[in-house]
Design a protein around this ligand. Structure first.
Ligand code: MF3
Ligand code: CO
Length: 252
């Protein structure tokens, strides 16, 4: 069942999302993602920021997940567990995915960063593709349209860039719990699935790979990485469908 959020719930979710947007802004301003920083340092930064603002990390303890952020490197797509032993080096492609629980209201967003000043052309293209796909997808997040209109728009951007959709993963409803209905695939034909309505809150999150997009779960039981070892990128925001259109809640 897709929960239509009440105006009060939307207010709460909006605040949680704004705080998450501020967290990513801080990560960027402080150039946190740089050579020599460990993925655990990133997790600590994220957790401190969230707690200092009177909120709780939404990922910590979720289905037993042991950290506040997922920090996934290179061929890893999502759910990379932060570690003191993993130091960022030049050329790493770093995906930070995190969520905030502010007074019971949940936000979820992810960004991809490159370590180094000169981003190679293929990496640039991959990073641009997920962002572009997010914006193309969210433009279809309008009342009266079908859920899969979002999915299809995302797939078409992957096609345009010549990258692969990671089909096993996708977006989801969010707001009162981290994962709510509906699942939002990043591929498929348009015009299918539930009708979108004002008051729906979704995490739209394109995840693409340079290779064929097939993935496996690592021995740690969490990290999801590409089978062919190819690079991946991820771009995610929590969005709200309104009577008039959509709002991207985790961007400032
Ligand atoms: N944003 C992630 C997702 O939608 C949430 C990670 S859940 C956790 O899959 F358990 F890894 F924290
Ligand atoms: Co998500």
């Amino acid at each position: 069942m897709i929960h239509i959020k009440t105006p009060q719930e939307i207010e709460g979710i909006r605040k949680s999302c704004k705080l998450l947007a501020e967290l990513f802004k801080k990560i960027e301003e402080e150039e946190l993602v740089s050579e020599g920083v460990t993925t655990k340092d990133i997790d600590k930064f994220v957790e401190s920021f969230i707690r200092e603002h009177g909120a709780r990390p939404a990922f910590l303890g979720y289905r037993g997940y042991p950290a506040s952020a997922c920090v996934s490197l290179n061929d890893e797509v999502v759910h990379g567990i932060p570690s003191q032993k993993r130091k960022l080096k030049k050329g790493d492609l770093v995906k930070i995915d995190t969520g905030i629980n502010l007074e019971g209201f949940i936000s979820d967003a992810a960004r991809t960063y490159y370590v180094g000043d000169v981003v190679p052309e293929t990496v640039r293209k991959l990073m641009d593709s997920v962002k572009d796909a997010f914006y193309s997808g969210v433009e279809k997040a309008l009342p009266g349209r079908h859920l899969s209109d979002i999915s299809h728009a995302i797939q078409e951007i992957a096609r345009k860039y010549g990258v692969s959709v990671i089909k096993e993963l996708g977006g989801h409803g969010v707001g009162l719990r981290l994962h709510e209905d509906p699942f939002v695939p990043n591929y498929g034909p348009p015009g299918r699935g539930p009708l979108l309505r004002a008051g729906m809150v979704l995490a739209i999150e394109p995840m693409f790979a340079l290779g064929d997009g097939r993935v496996y779960t690592a021995k740690d039981g969490w990290t999801i990485a590409t089978r062919d070892g190819s690079l991946t990128a991820h771009y995610e925001n929590t969005i709200l469908i309104t009577e008039k259109g959509f709002e991207i809640l985790t961007e400032i």
